[in-house]
Ligand binder design. Structure first.
Ligand code: PEP
Ligand code: MN
Length: 360
């Protein structure tokens, strides 16, 4: 991926003074639905209409999309509104049909990015296309797998590439449907600063109320665009009902979001600083989360010690931990003094936790 400038150009071609917005329903449901939502979106910041027509559902029995028929509806929406159209492709037959129907943006879903065979098949089917191809991250937090998919497409001579961050699946239930793990798109952006990076807050959130915050974080991290599931009647959507928002909410969200523009050197500095600060915020959240997890484990040890009537302070074990952490800290440029201070504080908090348990 040598010529990074070329990767960027397709986004500059839109000549937008705001982030690229791709909006539309999770799924195309009926012709009327597609046309109605397209008309409601056409005068908003959304340039591109999205709608899934082949839906990869986790379990059978749910609505699996209307299939190729939906491509005609999208084409009609494009004719009537002038919006560009985007849909998900998950195999070579989808690619063929999407190209025949002049779909402007083809995206590859999270469940497809995990499979190098399918990605290769799609890349071969797309070879040399001048359509825009967006690659969602794989469902699992694996940056090389994501990069591998991008490389396969790049090698197939597809130059208008971009990526979509839609969060990562976890077994543990969190406030997100798919954990954002912002450090992964940040790393990708550091490696390929000119590859357009779009955030899909809808699949990260899984719910309406946190979509705004996710979008703001994405913009603060210099994402280039947003893909937001939008439906005129979200509660009655045939798929992903909880996470879709109305066109009215989308318009309001775009007004409320703080979009930073680089206009002069002062703004450049502020932008760079803001991006780095948001990166720090992301890491700080992870630190707190991990510390919370560590204390929960300490609580469990406290329970065990209580049951067996064992002392809280185990000096040998504690010295082993310290020794190991000093070495690991050194490898990461952290001073011994800092490691000692930090671990003493962590250790003290663990002891406080365990004391509470043992004396309860
Ligand atoms: C979608 O965009 O509707 C979709 C299925 O997304 P993902 O591949 O991120 O799950
Ligand atoms: Mn969806």
């Amino acid at each position: 991926m040598e010529n990074k400038k070329e990767l960027r150009t397709w986004l500059d071609d839109f000549k937008l003074n705001h982030p690229l917005v791709i909006a539309g329903p999770c799924s195309a449901e009926t012709e009327e639905q597609v046309l109605k939502i397209a008309h409601e979106l056409k005068d908003t910041d959304a340039t591109v209409l999205r709608a899934g027509i082949w839906k990869p559902r986790t379990r059978p029995g749910n609505f699996e999309g209307v299939g190729a028929l939906g491509l005609k509806w999208l084409q009609k929406a494009k004719e009537e509104t002038g919006m560009l159209i985007a849909t998900e492709v998950a195999n070579k037959d989808h690619v063929k049909l999407a190209l025949e129907h002049d779909v402007d943006i083809l995206w590859i879903g999270a469940r497809t990015t995990v499979s190098p065979f399918i990605i290769q098949e799609i890349a071969d089917a797309l070879n040399g296309t001048d359509k825009i191809v967006l690659v969602k991250n794989p469902v699992n937090p694996d940056l090389p797998l994501w990069l591998g998919a991008i490389e396969r497409l790049y090698t197939a001579n597809i130059k208008k590439l971009g990526v979509i961050h839609r969060g990562f699946s976890t077994y543990e239930k969190t406030r997100y449907r798919n954990n954002p793990e912002w450090q992964i798109p940040i790393e990708l952006q550091n490696r390929f600063p000119d590859l357009p990076l779009i955030c899909d807050p809808s699949h990260i959130a899984g719910r309406r109320d946190i979509i705004f915050d996710i979008c703001q974080t994405a913009l603060d991290l210099n994402f280039d665009g947003l893909m937001v599931e939008t439906h005129y009647d979200p509660d009655n959507a045939w798929s992903d009902a909880k996470q879709q928002i109305t066109p009215t909410s989308l318009i309001q969200m775009m007004v409320d979001l703080k979009v930073r523009k680089a206009t002069d050197t002062e703004a450049d500095y502020r932008n760079a600083l803001n991006t780095l600060r948001t990166q720090i915020d992301v890491v700080d959240h992870q630190l707190i989360d991990l510390l919370g997890k560590r204390m929960k484990i300490a609580d469990n040890i406290g329970e065990l010690k209580k049951e067996k009537n064992v002392a809280i302070l185990q000096t040998k074990r504690w010295n082993e931990i310290l020794g190991k952490m000093i070495l690991e800290g050194e490898e990461r440029g952290l001073s011994e003094e800092f490691i000692l201070k930090m671990f003493k504080a962590i250790h003290q908090e663990s002891i406080n936790h365990q004391e509470k348990i043992i004396n309860s």
